[in-house]
Design a protein around this ligand. Structure first.
Ligand SMILES: Cc1cc2nc3c(=O)[nH]c(=O)nc-3n(C[C@H](O)[C@H](O)[C@H](O)COP(=O)(O)OP(=O)(O)OC[C@H]3O[C@@H](n4cnc5c(N)ncnc54)[C@H](O)[C@@H]3O)c2cc1C
Length: 581
């Protein structure tokens, strides 16, 4: 008998939880948020909780519905609507003070396909079979580690999902069909028009078509009777018994606008299912380092200000036995995992999504500088040395170079903060503002000084500058670069025609460390979006979709929306609904 089968047989024989785990639960029961006070101790408490699962009868339920969906973004909204369409009562819980997740700031390009109406009208020949073969192609980096069953499901459900989105109010941008892109061989990306309200959460005049997805779905969900509860963060999922029972519900703590917990916890019982739609793990340094230890804290995550992806769903699922899936997809240099953005602010994802007019600006503190010509600066490591051709803006190029080594002669692996260095002439050419709210001097992401030595000395105020930048090194780097401008030849990194010297004080240093993009791996689900454990057994009553789920390295919205809808449909008709209190 294989080990897995032996384990399963043993568990069938002895379904009782062990005394040790009961004791450990009783010890940590309060921290597990089953009505106790320790659950309110903030996010640190969340790390401690879910050490042991609650047992039946120990949870005081505050609410009861058929389906609880956690996270109101790209996967959560369709999950909630699809469950409601099946007649389930649905509570959709979101930690932020608004719905939308990072999807609301997205470009809204949904990678689906399979032969939808817009593809047909544009004469694109596509089919579920072609979509499937593209995304399991062994020779394509984005496809070769994918779970074939999940890809098949995505391929088959893409057209029905397009129709679902249409029926739920998405107003398609009929002119647009993007791609092919990534592993696709034909154009598949469709997008809705932007939501018509201009002063949205972050979609302030920025071409944020993602608002056209989530606002339309929010409107439809509310109209259909989905209840939406904002400003509540899920802290743990409640499973009956000791890694054998059914998922019974989830615990939430109320949070303020800075995601700080208040004194309110809420235990919500889910008769049919709990669906985790909490996004990925990009904002959780220790979790992401389990994939790649080099992903240290200096790399900001592109949605940290809006809707942090803290691995909450994955951690809660793993605490009750869930497995991870297709972790090979999350290699550091994979596709769009990393990005080059704005400078002088920690929230540096492209195009200045967070402007002072945005209701979340209080978290970002600065809108950052947009670089129109990278000839205007050099990029240095935290030791003051250049490390690559600054004109290379490819997804892979910048990050691979930024993270590959520390800049030491010994070529130690791992990165460190990256700084853009420029002078006052560059500021004039780019027409940059050098004070708040454009730059973040207050928290140490922007500095200026009359000499390069003074500039280097200031940088230790930045929390991630783990060693002092030697002033002489920075000066020598700049002087050497200036000789390349004289000759027109970059002897170190072959930058094309170095154009501008860095010579006119004041000199500036602006935070330019790249940001992390997608989570390309997550917890294991099957084609019904049921979460699975290490024995490939389903965890009854638990579902997941979006970036919190693994198995398929398709960037962004297409994967989230298709599987969100599936999770909602499946949870709502979960026949094994719990009948116990
Ligand atoms: C600027 C930008 C542009 C993008 N453009 C595109 C694009 O054009 N096309 C594309 O395909 N993709 C794009 N993406 C990526 C895409 O938006 C995401 O991949 C997608 O939104 C992921 O869906 P999700 O449901 O997993 O996460 P989200 O949409 O972020 O939703 C997750 C939600 O869960 C909430 N949550 C997290 N933890 C908890 C908790 N413990 N309790 C309660 N709630 C919680 C979060 O606050 C969030 O609202 C873009 C992303 C960004 C940032």
């Amino acid at each position: 008998m294989a080990d897995d089968a032996r384990d399963k047989a043993a568990r069938r024989r002895d379904p009782k939880p062990s005394a040790t785990s009961r004791r450990s639960f009783l010890k940590s029961g309060a921290a597990a948020g089953v009505g106790g006070a320790a659950a309110l101790a903030g996010l640190a408490a969340q790390e401690a909780q879910a050490q042991a699962p609650p047992l039946a009868g120990q949870v005081r339920w505050s609410r009861e519905v058929d389906v609880v969906v956690i996270g109101a973004g790209a996967s959560g909204l369709p999950a909630a609507i699809a469950a409601r369409d099946q007649g389930a009562t649905v509570l959709l819980v979101e930690q932020h003070f608004d719905i939308g997740g990072i999807a609301i700031m997205s470009g809204g390009m949904i990678h689906m396909g399979g032969g939808n109406r817009i593809q047909k009208e544009k004469g694109v020949q596509d089919s579920p079979d072609l979509a499937f073969t593209d995304w399991v192609n062994a020779e394509n980096g984005e496809a070769k580690f994918n779970d074939r069953d999940l890809v098949r499901k995505w391929a088959d459900e893409s057209v029905p999902t397009f129709e679902f989105l249409t029926a739920n109010g998405l107003d398609w941008d009929e002119k647009f069909l993007g791609g092919p892109g990534d592993a696709s061989s034909v154009p598949r990306q469709v997008r809705p028009k932007e939501w018509p309200i201009r002063k949205d959460l972050v979609a302030f005049d920025q071409g944020r078509n993602g608002s056209g997805i989530v606002r339309a779905l929010e409107q439809s969900a509310r109209k259909k009777g989905v209840e939406i509860l904002l400003s509540h963060r899920m802290t743990n999922v409640v499973r009956e018994g000791d890694r054998r029972g059914r998922v019974m519900g989830a615990t939430f703590v109320q949070v303020d606008r800075n995601f700080t917990p208040t004194n309110q916890t809420l235990n919500v019982r889910a008769r049919r299912g709990v669906i985790l739609c909490t996004g990925g793990h990009g904002n959780n340094v220790e979790f992401r380092r389990s994939f790649d230890p080099r992903l240290t804290a200096e790399y900001q995550w592109h949605g940290q200000t809006l809707a942090p992806h803290n691995a909450d769903g994955a951690k809660a699922a793993m605490a009750i036995g869930a497995s991870m899936w297709a972790t090979a997809n999350q290699t550091a240099e994979a596709g769009e995992a990393f990005n080059k953005g704005r400078i002088a602010t920690r929230d540096n994802y492209i195009r200045g999504l967070i402007t002072p007019e945005s209701p979340i600006f209080f978290r970002a503190k600065a809108s950052g500088m947009n670089v129109t010509d990278w000839q205007n600066l050099i990029l240095v490591k935290e030791n003051g040395k250049r490390f690559y051709d600054e004109l290379d803006s490819s997804y892979d190029g910048f990050f691979a170079h930024a993270m590959a080594w520390t800049g030491d002669p010994a070529k130690l692996n791992g990165g460190g903060p990256i700084w853009a260095i420029f002078d006052s002439e560059a500021v004039k050419r780019e027409k940059w503002g050098t004070e708040a709210p454009v730059v973040d001097r207050e928290r140490g992401y922007f500095f200026s000084a009359d000499t390069l030595e003074e500039l280097a000395a200031q940088m230790k105020r930045n929390p991630f500058q783990w060693r002092e930048m030697p002033g002489t090194t920075l000066r020598e780097t700049v002087e050497r670069f200036n000789t390349f401008v004289d000759t027109g030849i970059d002897l170190d990194f072959k930058r094309r025609k170095p154009t501008h010297k860095i010579a006119t004080p004041p000199f500036y240093a602006a935070w330019a460390t790249p940001s992390l993009h997608d989570s390309l791996s997550g917890i294991r689900i099957n084609t019904k979006c049921q979460v699975m454990d290490l024995q490939a057994d389903v965890i009854p009553g638990l579902y997941a979709a979006g970036e919190t789920a693994g198995g398929f390295a398709l960037h962004g919205l297409g994967r989230a929306i298709v599987f969100g809808r599936i999770a909602g449909m499946e949870a709502a008709k979960d026949g094994a609904r719990s009948t116990r209190a």
